[in-house]
Design a protein around this ligand. Structure first.
Ligand code: GLA
Length: 714
């Protein structure tokens, strides 16, 4: 199919909205009576005439339904409003003066604008009984089938506040089909992004985070198919949310109706958020896509969108880093870090990251958070001597911080106990012995920025690992009860504001987003980070499952993976060093082991594999990912292919050998069928043979793995 020029259109006569992306169309119409937009189509390209016909057909169909105890439009709305005949959950729930909840609105105008690589459509709705405007926004891109949606609410009243109970970014309607199979990501700490599939029945399904962070427990993403899609083929609808705090995804479906998936910030019952006279609120973006290319095609579209439109500096090659956490824990000092740095440089690491333990009186997790001054017992002359050494070794220098937190045992808490979330007269929960700072407070945001700005100004730092090690609890703001409902929103925008300002002022500093591993992995954080710390679990076997889920939505270029020591602290498993490397080489490679205890053969092997990674990392970090089977005990692989199909790398794994079974051929994907590929010492084969028959990796025994580099013969 030839890609088309993307377009957005709204026909004022018919009320029909039509969005065209390079390979898909999306359509809806605004109802004549109630002005509720009704979804009609999302799929392969259609014409404007088709869209008009579908609007007429859908409205006639809905009008013909027997209105007995039901509302025909429920489940079809582009954005369901609380009020009227809305019996499902709504995307917008507001409370107006007089405890009135119903929203009635009128479309007042539409607006089409164009950016360099995108087109936008905004529909303006005026709420009838209050001076309040709601705008629904759509964006399509020149080079992506992803559609962005968001909503802005403006309280134009000079006198009256309104309470926002729910303000989702979008409702995504997927058509009635045989089955509504939803793939989603679940998990917990050290077991993030586990891929699951569930069939929606005639009910609700809620995935959400109530924790103030994106969470380890659910990631804001789904992919919906009719039960027949595979990695390579099939119709898939998918959506996500660009947001790093609490969120809710609610899928609802009535018998024989389409599935409607509401996506928005804030968990159920978070607020309400009071919108004062004159205030406005812009929701985060929810992005959606449709493809006929199965789950693999879904991931390709997400990855390419992420690299083109979300991730800053996506074209960079991420360096191989060393991180001190698993090597030295809290026991960091200048001598131990210098020793590690020397060995890291000798292996070929390019960035040395000093993790927790360098600041305040931090000798363990009970003390020091909030005191972002350098611990002079451990670093008598500050960090600069270590930084200078690290630089002299040819590496960049990185530092761990956890700026949203405070230990009660800290100078900061002693000075400002009121800066934490708490309820007056109640004892707050001390998870990991720490409290969350109230970043909904502008003075706290300013303070955090000031501390970090000073740190980055005083030290020659190239990388910051921004951590966040506990969920919100006790979310009170005693001095500002009226603003308490806002904190779930304002904390996140406060974090965004600090990182954005730091990035502007210190453009040479890269950021790694971390929250006890992968607790804050999302497109909102990606827009201001360079990579994610995916999980505290560095066991290579578990990690393959975590990476498999992560890669459904997020590109390898953002997936930071370390090789650490065995047995791992998480499950005492021992996996060979080569296997550990091959798993970590599927993303942005890092090293996290105690190098001072590595044997010479291990160091030698690591040096060789790091060297090999540097030769192929442009393919992994910027190529297209093909999942050749899900992680399993028998052989499976991940493959990356450059955009020009000239190079590819296959990482194949066998966790356990059964009997004398040898791996079956693994069919490759995405190559040039007419080209011939050279494979490290193996015979050359055509792309057609490699994709039609496959390669048989040599994998014998348990935890066997291999890396195969393919190059097109010119
Ligand atoms: C979190 C991170 C770890 C490490 C520790 C330090 O758990 O995920 O990588 O930085 O904090 O306390």
């Amino acid at each position: 199919m030839r890609p088309r020029t993307p377009a957005v259109a709204y026909d004022t006569d018919t009320g029909v909205l039509l969005l065209d992306t390079p390979h898909t169309s999306y359509s809806a119409y605004v109802g004549r009576e109630d002005h509720i937009p009704i979804h009609t189509y999302w799929g392969p390209p259609i014409t404007a005439e088709d869209a008009t016909y579908l609007a007429t057909a859908t409205s006639e169909h809905l009008a013909s339904e027997w209105p007995c105890f039901r509302s025909a439009s429920n489940g079809h709305e582009e954005y369901p409003l609380d009020g009227g005949l809305q019996f499902g959950r709504s995307a917008l729930t507001m409370e107006f003066p007089g405890a009135i909840r119903s929203v009635e609105w009128r479309l007042s105008r539409h607006e089409i604008t164009a950016g360099l690589h995108h087109r936008d459509l905004a529909l303006w709705f005026e709420v009838r009984h209050h001076d309040l405007t709601v705008t629904m926004h759509y964006r399509v891109y020149d080079d992506s089938d992803v559609i962005d949606r968001w909503v802005v609410v403006r309280n134009g009243s000079a006198t009256d506040a309104v309470d926002v109970h729910r303000l989702d970014s979008a409702a995504w309607v997927t058509p009635e089909q045989e089955r509504h199979r939803m793939s989603h990501l679940t998990g917990r700490w050290a077991a993030e992004t586990q891929l699951r599939q569930i069939d929606l029945t005639d009910s609700h399904l809620v995935l959400e985070s109530r924790r103030g962070i994106t969470s380890h427990h659910a990631n804001p993403w789904f992919a919906m198919d009719d039960g027949t899609a595979t990695e390579e083929f099939g119709r898939v609808f998918s959506a996500t949310l660009h947001w790093s705090g609490s969120w809710r995804m609610l899928a609802q479906r009535e018998m024989d109706e389409p599935a409607q998936v509401l996506f928005g910030w804030g968990h159920e019952g978070f607020g309400p958020l009071r919108l004062e006279p004159g205030e406005m609120l812009k929701t985060p973006v929810s992005s959606g896509l449709f493809t006929t290319d199965g789950f693999g095609g879904t991931s390709h579209t997400w990855h390419e969108y992420a690299l083109r439109h979300v991730l800053p500096g996506a074209e960079e090659i991420r360096p191989v880093l060393f991180n001190s956490w698993e090597a030295t824990g809290f026991d960091v000092d200048e001598a131990s870090q210098r020793a590690l740095a020397r060995q890291a440089a000798d292996l070929g690491c390019e960035l040395f990251v000093l993790d927790d333990g360098w600041f305040g009186r931090r000798t363990g997790d009970r003390v020091g958070l909030g005191d972002w001054w350098v611990n002079s017992d451990r670093f008598p002359d500050g960090l600069q001597p270590l930084i200078a050494d690290v630089h002299a070794l040819g590496m960049g220098f990185g530092l761990w911080i956890e700026p949203e937190m405070v230990n009660p045992d800290s100078d900061l808490y002693r000075a400002h106990p009121e800066w934490t979330y708490h309820f007056a007269g109640r004892e707050p929960n001390l998870m990991r012995h720490q409290l969350v700072l109230n970043l909904a407070r502008p003075d706290v945001v300013d303070w955090v920025f000031g501390e970090l700005d000073a740190l980055l100004s005083a030290n020659d730092i190239q990388f910051v690992k921004w951590d966040m090690n506990r969920p919100f609890t006790d979310t009170g703001w005693p001095e500002q009860p009226d603003r308490q409902g806002r904190l779930w929103f304002d904390h996140v925008t406060g974090v965004y504001a600090v990182i954005d300002a730091l990035r502007r002022k210190h453009p040479g500093v890269a950021f790694e987003a971390c929250s006890g591993g992968g607790g804050r992995v999302d497109f909102g954080m990606m827009a201001r980070s360079d990579q994610f710390w995916v999980s505290d679990n560095t066991d290579a076997v578990d990690r393959r499952h975590i990476q498999h889920g992560f890669g459904q939505l997020y590109p390898a270029r953002t997936m930071s993976c370390w090789v650490t020591d065995v047995p791992t602290f998480i499950n005492r498993r021992r996996v060979p060093l080569t296997y550990r490397f091959h798993v970590a080489m599927a993303g942005v490679l890092g090293i996290g082991g105690d190098l001072t205890s590595w044997a010479d053969e291990e160091t030698e092997l690591a040096r060789r594999l790091i060297g090999q990674y540097k030769e192929i990392r442009h393919i992994v970090q910027h190529g297209r990912l093909h999942r050749l089977g899900a992680p399993s005990r028998s052989a499976s692989a991940v493959q990356y292919v450059t955009a020009d199909r000239r190079e590819s790398v296959v990482l194949a794994y066998q966790e356990a050998q059964q009997y004398d079974n040898q791996p079956r051929p693994i069919r490759l994907r995405g190559l040039d069928p007419d080209g011939t590929y050279r494979m490290d010492g193996d015979p050359t084969l055509s792309g057609a043979a490699l994709m039609g028959h496959g390669i048989t990796p040599r994998l014998t025994g348990d935890y066997a793995s291999t890396l195969i580099h393919l190059e097109l013969v010119p």
